[in-house]
Design a protein around this ligand. Structure first.
Ligand code: SF4
Length: 392
């Protein structure tokens, strides 16, 4: 039985979507988005993909794991396909590199550990070689990916340290030394895995962006325990305090679930208080919806849809205000931005991304696309910033 695991970054976030979670008759079909992909592949059955119109650059794939590039001119739906693990997506001067798969945290609301299995890290040297190859191709910004990316424990080559593993801090340190790499990101992180070494990387690794997405989910200890998140609100705040000590301008985004089974008004108020205390630069927030097969779906105390929705609106109002405040505070600052292409609304202008993933539009020369430039932020709009090129 075959299936396709395909991770695709959405245009506006570091969110990842998966076409099919596990080999099954039900989820074999999958749309491969247009783009250039680099893949790790196992399984010999390439003919089905070819028959479905996917052009494969390199066919050096046997029954064991191989690597290949994949060019997809326009979105194409394929049927059953070989087991494919997407390791890299290249998007101009940016690339997304998967460094680990799966999750061993077993949050009570989440299907990932059951559908993708336990945490499994790619070998350290494989990842570094891939990053060096990408930098040779002109990639300047690398985002390291994993469901639980900061749980990365990549095996080191046996000639270096038999049985030893590298953590994410070590991988970031080596990746920062790869010639051509200018900016590093990683997502998605778990608060429990924010080790002292990783927090210290924000103080010592100047290629690491001043942004971190760190899902908290709730500000109530009772709800966090029911979610089996493995930390308290105070521990989360303590992690944030240490991160901000290491990198004072760090922008923080998060994930929230409201209306988890048993969540009281007081629990929800605790979430609002945590948001007020931390001040986030953005967040993905959702009303709880049960996932079949997860322990939370069986919990008593499921919350009425109206209550869940009302809480979500209150939370999002607060988060939106914090997002606007953050944008307004960026006005007057100088930002090093990666130019991604023409601006969407005015193709005579350029669009670029800041460390904290804000889009900045400004007048500039198309020759700077896929390069970093400095811009002075001149205005904050609801969903973007305006800037002007910093005078040389
Ligand atoms: S929510 Fe995240 S950390 Fe928790 S089980 Fe799912 S993938 Fe793992």
């Amino acid at each position: 039985m075959f299936a396709l695991l395909l991770a695709a970054a959405s245009a506006n976030s570091n969110d990842f979507t998966i076409c099919a979670d596990r080999p099954s008759k039900a989820n074999g079909a999958c749309t491969v988005p247009a783009g250039h992909w680099q893949l790790e592949v196992s399984g010999p059955d390439w003919s089905r993909m070819k028959n479905d119109g996917v052009r494969i650059d390199t066919t050096s794939v046997g029954s064991t794991l191989g690597k290949l590039g994949l060019d997809v001119a326009s979105d194409v739906e394929i049927g059953f396909a070989p087991y494919i693990h997407v390791t890299t997506r290249v998007d101009g001067a940016s690339a997304f590199v998967s460094i680990m798969e799966g999750c061993s945290k077993y949050c009570s609301f989440c299907v990932v550990p059951y559908t993708r299995g336990e945490e499994m890290s790619r070998p350290f040297d494989d990842v570094l070689t891939e990053i060096a190859d990408l930098a040779d191709q002109g990639v300047r910004e690398i985002t390291l990916l994993g469901q639980n990316v900061n749980a990365y424990r990549g095996p080191l080559a046996t000639d270096r340290a038999d049985g030893q593993t590298a953590d994410l801090a070590m991988l970031l340190e080596y990746a920062a030394d790869v010639p051509g790499v200018e900016r590093l990101r990683f997502t998605t992180s778990h608060p429990k895995e924010m080790s002292a070494r990783l927090i210290d990387a924000f103080a010592t690794n100047d290629k690491l962006v001043s942004h971190l997405h760190l899902p908290v989910q709730s500000g109530s200890d009772r709800v966090l325990a029911a979610m089996k998140r493995g930390y308290t609100a105070l521990e989360y705040k303590s992690t944030i305090r240490r991160l901000r000590a290491a990198r004072p301008d760090l922008s923080l985004t998060s994930d929230f679930i409201v209306g988890f089974p048993g969540e009281t008004d007081a629990d929800f108020d605790a979430t609002l208080r945590l948001v007020e205390a931390i001040r986030f630069d953005g967040a993905f927030s959702f009303a709880y919806s049960p996932r079949p097969g997860t322990p939370a779906a069986e919990l008593s105390g499921q919350i009425d849809a109206d209550v869940r929705q009302a809480r979500l609106v209150r939370l999002q109002t607060l988060l939106d205000a914090q997002y606007r405040n953050y944008s307004e505070a960026m006005v007057g600052t100088r930002q090093r931005v990666l130019v991604t292409g023409p601006a969407v609304k005015n193709p005579h202008e350029l669009a670029a991304r800041t460390d904290n993933n804000r889009v900045v539009n400004f007048a500039g020369d198309a020759a700077s696309i896929d390069h970093y430039v400095d811009v002075d932020i001149t205005a904050a709009l609801p969903h973007s910033l305006r800037g002007q090129l910093t005078a040389a």
